[in-house]
Write a protein that binds this ligand. Structure first.
Ligand code: SAM
Length: 268
Protein backbone atom coordinates (compact mmCIF):
# COMPACT_ATOMS: atom_id res chain seq x y z
CA UNK A 1 0.00 0.00 0.00
CA UNK A 2 1.57 3.26 -1.04
CA UNK A 3 0.18 6.61 -0.11
CA UNK A 4 1.50 9.82 -1.46
CA UNK A 5 1.28 13.02 0.43
CA UNK A 6 -1.70 15.23 0.10
CA UNK A 7 -0.63 18.76 -0.68
CA UNK A 8 -1.69 20.31 2.56
CA UNK A 9 -0.52 23.65 3.85
CA UNK A 10 1.89 23.22 6.71
CA UNK A 11 2.10 25.85 9.40
CA UNK A 12 4.98 28.23 9.02
CA UNK A 13 6.41 28.33 12.50
CA UNK A 14 9.32 29.89 14.27
CA UNK A 15 11.27 33.05 13.88
CA UNK A 16 12.52 34.20 10.54
CA UNK A 17 16.04 33.05 9.97
CA UNK A 18 18.17 36.18 9.76
CA UNK A 19 20.82 34.65 7.55
CA UNK A 20 20.75 32.16 4.73
CA UNK A 21 21.36 28.96 6.61
CA UNK A 22 18.94 26.29 5.41
CA UNK A 23 18.90 23.60 8.06
CA UNK A 24 18.09 20.28 6.38
CA UNK A 25 17.47 21.89 3.04
CA UNK A 26 20.83 22.86 1.84
CA UNK A 27 21.80 22.73 -1.74
CA UNK A 28 25.57 22.94 -1.89
CA UNK A 29 25.82 25.06 -5.01
CA UNK A 30 23.44 27.70 -3.72
CA UNK A 31 25.10 27.70 -0.33
CA UNK A 32 28.46 28.32 -1.90
CA UNK A 33 27.15 31.22 -3.93
CA UNK A 34 25.41 33.10 -1.14
CA UNK A 35 27.26 32.16 2.02
CA UNK A 36 30.97 31.42 1.55
CA UNK A 37 31.97 31.98 -2.04
CA UNK A 38 34.70 29.34 -2.06
CA UNK A 39 33.86 27.06 0.79
CA UNK A 40 30.97 24.66 1.43
CA UNK A 41 30.05 23.21 4.80
CA UNK A 42 32.48 20.84 6.45
CA UNK A 43 31.18 17.28 6.70
CA UNK A 44 31.14 15.68 10.14
CA UNK A 45 30.24 12.27 11.52
CA UNK A 46 26.89 12.29 13.35
CA UNK A 47 28.13 12.01 16.93
CA UNK A 48 30.55 14.93 16.65
CA UNK A 49 28.12 16.97 14.57
CA UNK A 50 25.13 16.60 16.88
CA UNK A 51 27.25 17.31 19.94
CA UNK A 52 27.91 20.70 18.34
CA UNK A 53 24.34 21.14 17.10
CA UNK A 54 22.75 20.27 20.46
CA UNK A 55 22.72 23.82 21.82
CA UNK A 56 20.80 25.26 18.90
CA UNK A 57 18.85 22.20 17.67
CA UNK A 58 15.68 23.12 19.56
CA UNK A 59 15.69 26.64 18.12
CA UNK A 60 15.56 25.93 14.40
CA UNK A 61 13.54 28.91 13.22
CA UNK A 62 11.71 28.18 10.03
CA UNK A 63 12.31 24.51 9.25
CA UNK A 64 10.38 22.63 6.61
CA UNK A 65 11.69 19.17 7.47
CA UNK A 66 10.86 19.45 11.18
CA UNK A 67 7.38 20.74 10.35
CA UNK A 68 6.79 17.95 7.83
CA UNK A 69 8.04 15.40 10.36
CA UNK A 70 5.81 16.74 13.14
CA UNK A 71 2.82 16.56 10.82
CA UNK A 72 3.61 12.98 9.78
CA UNK A 73 4.19 11.77 13.34
CA UNK A 74 0.86 13.24 14.42
CA UNK A 75 -0.89 11.52 11.53
CA UNK A 76 0.73 8.19 12.31
CA UNK A 77 0.06 8.30 16.06
CA UNK A 78 -3.24 10.15 16.01
CA UNK A 79 -6.42 8.24 16.62
CA UNK A 80 -4.74 5.19 18.16
CA UNK A 81 -5.12 4.12 21.75
CA UNK A 82 -1.52 4.27 22.93
CA UNK A 83 -2.10 4.68 26.64
CA UNK A 84 0.21 2.93 29.09
CA UNK A 85 2.65 1.42 26.58
CA UNK A 86 6.36 0.62 26.71
CA UNK A 87 8.23 2.97 24.34
CA UNK A 88 11.73 3.39 22.97
CA UNK A 89 12.89 6.35 20.89
CA UNK A 90 15.99 5.53 18.84
CA UNK A 91 17.92 8.58 17.69
CA UNK A 92 15.79 10.55 20.16
CA UNK A 93 17.99 13.65 20.03
CA UNK A 94 16.68 16.37 22.33
CA UNK A 95 13.33 14.59 22.71
CA UNK A 96 11.43 16.72 20.21
CA UNK A 97 8.48 14.30 20.34
CA UNK A 98 8.55 13.55 24.04
CA UNK A 99 5.86 16.00 25.15
CA UNK A 100 3.59 14.20 22.69
CA UNK A 101 4.70 10.78 23.91
CA UNK A 102 4.18 11.73 27.57
CA UNK A 103 0.56 12.57 26.71
CA UNK A 104 0.13 8.81 26.24
CA UNK A 105 1.27 8.12 29.81
CA UNK A 106 3.92 5.56 28.82
CA UNK A 107 4.78 2.97 31.44
CA UNK A 108 8.33 2.99 30.10
CA UNK A 109 10.12 5.38 27.78
CA UNK A 110 13.81 5.19 26.98
CA UNK A 111 15.70 7.36 24.53
CA UNK A 112 18.81 6.15 22.71
CA UNK A 113 21.23 8.36 20.82
CA UNK A 114 24.87 8.58 19.78
CA UNK A 115 25.21 12.20 20.91
CA UNK A 116 25.74 12.96 24.58
CA UNK A 117 25.11 16.61 23.81
CA UNK A 118 21.64 15.89 22.39
CA UNK A 119 20.81 13.55 25.29
CA UNK A 120 21.90 16.18 27.83
CA UNK A 121 19.44 18.64 26.26
CA UNK A 122 16.69 16.05 26.47
CA UNK A 123 17.38 15.50 30.17
CA UNK A 124 17.42 19.28 30.77
CA UNK A 125 13.89 19.40 29.36
CA UNK A 126 12.63 16.16 30.92
CA UNK A 127 14.62 15.54 34.14
CA UNK A 128 12.83 12.24 34.76
CA UNK A 129 13.94 10.90 31.37
CA UNK A 130 15.63 7.57 30.92
CA UNK A 131 18.31 7.85 28.22
CA UNK A 132 21.25 5.79 26.98
CA UNK A 133 24.12 6.70 24.73
CA UNK A 134 24.69 4.13 21.98
CA UNK A 135 27.39 3.52 19.38
CA UNK A 136 27.23 4.63 15.75
CA UNK A 137 26.07 1.15 14.67
CA UNK A 138 22.70 2.30 16.05
CA UNK A 139 22.22 -0.93 18.00
CA UNK A 140 20.38 -0.03 21.20
CA UNK A 141 20.40 -2.59 24.03
CA UNK A 142 16.81 -3.72 23.50
CA UNK A 143 15.43 -6.96 24.93
CA UNK A 144 13.18 -9.37 23.05
CA UNK A 145 9.46 -8.51 23.19
CA UNK A 146 10.19 -5.59 25.51
CA UNK A 147 8.46 -2.79 23.57
CA UNK A 148 4.94 -1.86 22.49
CA UNK A 149 6.14 1.14 20.48
CA UNK A 150 9.42 1.95 18.86
CA UNK A 151 9.75 5.41 17.37
CA UNK A 152 12.67 6.75 15.36
CA UNK A 153 12.43 10.14 13.69
CA UNK A 154 14.88 11.78 11.29
CA UNK A 155 17.76 9.57 12.41
CA UNK A 156 17.91 6.43 10.26
CA UNK A 157 19.87 7.93 7.37
CA UNK A 158 22.76 8.53 9.75
CA UNK A 159 23.11 4.76 10.25
CA UNK A 160 25.41 3.07 7.74
CA UNK A 161 24.02 -0.49 8.07
CA UNK A 162 20.28 -0.62 8.67
CA UNK A 163 19.62 -4.34 8.37
CA UNK A 164 20.97 -5.33 11.84
CA UNK A 165 19.13 -2.35 13.31
CA UNK A 166 15.81 -3.47 11.80
CA UNK A 167 16.42 -7.03 12.96
CA UNK A 168 16.96 -5.77 16.50
CA UNK A 169 13.86 -3.56 16.37
CA UNK A 170 11.68 -6.39 15.08
CA UNK A 171 12.91 -8.64 17.88
CA UNK A 172 12.39 -5.99 20.56
CA UNK A 173 8.77 -5.32 19.58
CA UNK A 174 6.22 -7.50 21.36
CA UNK A 175 3.59 -9.14 19.12
CA UNK A 176 1.18 -6.38 18.06
CA UNK A 177 3.81 -3.73 18.80
CA UNK A 178 4.15 -0.69 16.52
CA UNK A 179 7.09 0.85 14.70
CA UNK A 180 6.87 4.56 13.82
CA UNK A 181 9.70 5.54 11.50
CA UNK A 182 10.27 8.87 9.80
CA UNK A 183 13.28 10.27 8.04
CA UNK A 184 14.69 12.68 5.56
CA UNK A 185 13.63 11.20 2.24
CA UNK A 186 16.31 9.23 0.35
CA UNK A 187 15.24 10.88 -2.94
CA UNK A 188 16.01 14.31 -1.43
CA UNK A 189 19.34 13.12 -0.05
CA UNK A 190 20.16 11.60 -3.41
CA UNK A 191 19.46 14.93 -5.08
CA UNK A 192 21.96 16.72 -2.85
CA UNK A 193 19.92 17.84 0.17
CA UNK A 194 21.90 17.73 3.40
CA UNK A 195 21.34 18.22 7.10
CA UNK A 196 23.24 21.33 7.93
CA UNK A 197 23.61 23.79 10.74
CA UNK A 198 25.88 26.61 11.73
CA UNK A 199 28.35 26.41 14.59
CA UNK A 200 30.26 29.55 15.55
CA UNK A 201 29.47 30.94 12.12
CA UNK A 202 30.77 27.87 10.30
CA UNK A 203 28.42 25.75 8.19
CA UNK A 204 28.51 22.06 9.06
CA UNK A 205 26.85 19.17 7.25
CA UNK A 206 26.11 15.83 8.94
CA UNK A 207 27.03 12.61 7.20
CA UNK A 208 24.04 10.67 5.87
CA UNK A 209 23.56 7.52 3.82
CA UNK A 210 21.00 7.07 1.06
CA UNK A 211 18.88 4.00 1.93
CA UNK A 212 16.25 3.70 -0.83
CA UNK A 213 12.72 3.59 0.53
CA UNK A 214 11.85 0.40 -1.35
CA UNK A 215 14.83 -1.30 0.30
CA UNK A 216 13.75 -0.10 3.74
CA UNK A 217 10.22 -1.41 3.18
CA UNK A 218 11.47 -4.73 1.83
CA UNK A 219 13.75 -5.22 4.83
CA UNK A 220 11.02 -4.41 7.34
CA UNK A 221 8.70 -6.88 5.61
CA UNK A 222 11.47 -9.48 5.69
CA UNK A 223 11.70 -8.94 9.46
CA UNK A 224 8.07 -9.99 9.78
CA UNK A 225 6.59 -6.51 10.20
CA UNK A 226 3.38 -5.49 8.44
CA UNK A 227 3.16 -2.08 6.81
CA UNK A 228 0.11 -0.10 7.89
CA UNK A 229 0.90 3.32 6.44
CA UNK A 230 3.35 5.14 4.25
CA UNK A 231 3.28 8.94 4.09
CA UNK A 232 5.50 11.11 1.96
CA UNK A 233 5.67 14.90 2.10
CA UNK A 234 6.62 16.51 -1.18
CA UNK A 235 7.96 20.01 -1.85
CA UNK A 236 5.04 21.74 -3.50
CA UNK A 237 3.50 25.17 -3.72
CA UNK A 238 2.07 24.95 -0.22
CA UNK A 239 5.60 25.11 1.22
CA UNK A 240 7.04 27.72 -1.14
CA UNK A 241 7.10 30.31 1.67
CA UNK A 242 9.69 28.29 3.59
CA UNK A 243 12.07 28.98 0.72
CA UNK A 244 10.97 32.48 -0.24
CA UNK A 245 11.37 33.65 3.38
CA UNK A 246 14.99 32.61 3.19
CA UNK A 247 15.62 34.01 -0.30
CA UNK A 248 16.06 30.45 -1.49
CA UNK A 249 13.66 30.16 -4.41
CA UNK A 250 16.29 28.50 -6.64
CA UNK A 251 16.45 25.72 -4.03
CA UNK A 252 12.65 25.52 -4.12
CA UNK A 253 12.74 25.16 -7.91
CA UNK A 254 15.34 22.42 -7.63
CA UNK A 255 13.35 20.38 -5.10
CA UNK A 256 9.85 21.09 -6.44
CA UNK A 257 8.06 17.72 -6.68
CA UNK A 258 10.71 15.92 -4.63
CA UNK A 259 9.58 14.12 -1.46
CA UNK A 260 11.46 15.57 1.51
CA UNK A 261 10.28 13.44 4.46
CA UNK A 262 8.67 10.01 4.71
CA UNK A 263 6.85 8.28 7.53
CA UNK A 264 6.11 4.60 8.00
CA UNK A 265 3.91 2.74 10.44
CA UNK A 266 4.37 -1.01 10.95
CA UNK A 267 2.86 -3.62 13.22
CA UNK A 268 4.54 -6.79 14.41
C1 SAM B 1 17.95 15.03 13.11
S1 SAM B 1 18.24 14.43 14.70
C2 SAM B 1 16.63 13.82 15.13
C3 SAM B 1 16.40 13.85 16.61
C4 SAM B 1 14.97 13.57 17.00
N1 SAM B 1 14.60 12.20 16.73
C5 SAM B 1 14.06 14.52 16.28
O1 SAM B 1 13.20 14.06 15.50
O2 SAM B 1 14.18 15.73 16.51
C6 SAM B 1 19.11 12.92 14.40
C7 SAM B 1 19.51 12.26 15.69
O3 SAM B 1 20.01 10.97 15.36
C8 SAM B 1 21.12 10.74 16.19
N2 SAM B 1 21.95 9.71 15.56
C9 SAM B 1 22.85 9.86 14.60
N3 SAM B 1 23.40 8.70 14.28
C10 SAM B 1 22.79 7.77 15.05
C11 SAM B 1 22.92 6.37 15.20
N4 SAM B 1 23.79 5.68 14.47
N5 SAM B 1 22.14 5.74 16.11
C12 SAM B 1 21.27 6.46 16.85
N6 SAM B 1 21.11 7.78 16.77
C13 SAM B 1 21.86 8.43 15.88
C14 SAM B 1 21.79 12.08 16.31
O4 SAM B 1 22.69 12.17 17.37
C15 SAM B 1 20.60 12.99 16.43
O5 SAM B 1 20.24 13.19 17.76
Amino acid sequence: MRRHSQSRRLPVTGARNPWPDFPYLLDMSLFQRIWKPNKGPSLKEPEAAYDLWANSYDDPGLNLVLDMDADIVEQLLGGMDLKGKRWADVGCGTGRHWSRIYQEAPVELTGYDVSEGMLAKLVDKFPQANVRKIAEDGLAPLQKDSLDLLISTLALAHVAHIEPVFRLWAKALAPGGLLVLTDFHPLALDKGAQRTFSHKGQPIAVKSYVHPLEGIRALLAEMGLTELRLLERVVDQSVRSYYSNQSALPVYEKYLGVPMVYGLLYRK
